[in-house]
Ligand binder design. Sequence first.
Ligand SMILES: Nc1ccn([C@@H]2O[C@H](COP(=O)(O)OP(=O)(O)OP(=O)(O)O)[C@@H](O)[C@H]2O)c(=O)n1
Ligand SMILES: C[C@](O)(CO)[C@H](O)COP(=O)(O)O
Length: 221
Amino acid sequence: MMADCPKQYLQIAGQSILQHSVNAFLQHDQIHHVFVVVSRDDAYVAQELQADPRLNVLFCGGATRSESVTNGLLAMKNTSHAQDWVLVHDAARPGLNSALISRLIDTVGQDEVGGLLALPVVDTVKFQAPNLENKSEKNIVSTIPRAGLWLAQTPQMFRHAQLLAALNSCKEVTDEASAIEACGLMPKLVEGHWCNTKITRPDDLALVETCLINKHQFKIK
Ligand SMILES: Nc1ccn([C@@H]2O[C@H](COP(=O)(O)OP(=O)(O)OP(=O)(O)O)[C@@H](O)[C@H]2O)c(=O)n1
Ligand SMILES: C[C@](O)(CO)[C@H](O)COP(=O)(O)O
């Protein structure tokens, strides 16, 4: 992000990215409690996240996402039951809203396994040839049929005990669904929205800020 603070504390539409991400859950009446996992030496959260009776900050973040999620689930153990649903969300997706959370809960709430928001791929997908001599040169080796391909978003919704066990047995994953899949289970895909994109590059800030400012014009049901 080329930022001078962790990206979740950059300001968009008047609040920190983290605050926007947390608000989506606090504004939803089916969310019982929100836990925010930050690194042990986080010096920003006290200033950049408003206190709320339904919110706890856990200073147990890890070196990787899966480590942070595992530590968070362990820290929640005293207040959670094995069968409780947990919705894991990226701090870096501030464009989430109540309607998308409802869509996920309504579709996955009766499922045995769980599921996640995701976007069906709409562009033609190219596979880049490895170019060992000149890394700046990029050529296509093949075109991958896009039918059935989805881009994973968050929240990703699974039962507390099952997610913890899955992450313990499969640590090298970039999302929670991958750990559940590695156990031989099939999470549900629920269509998300592009406004819930992950802030990764500097230009994403303006894009998501535009989404937040114009959110009432999006028809997300
Ligand atoms: N050690 C980590 C790294 C990431 N995350 C979570 O995973 C989300 C997605 O990670 P990503 O955006 O990839 O974060 P970074 O890898 O830190 O950033 P970048 O992609 O910009 O390199 C973050 O918002 C955060 O919620 C986490 O909890 N613990
Ligand atoms: C979980 C995730 O948002 C799904 O797209 C994504 O994988 C997280 O980002 P990372 O860069 O892989 O940590």
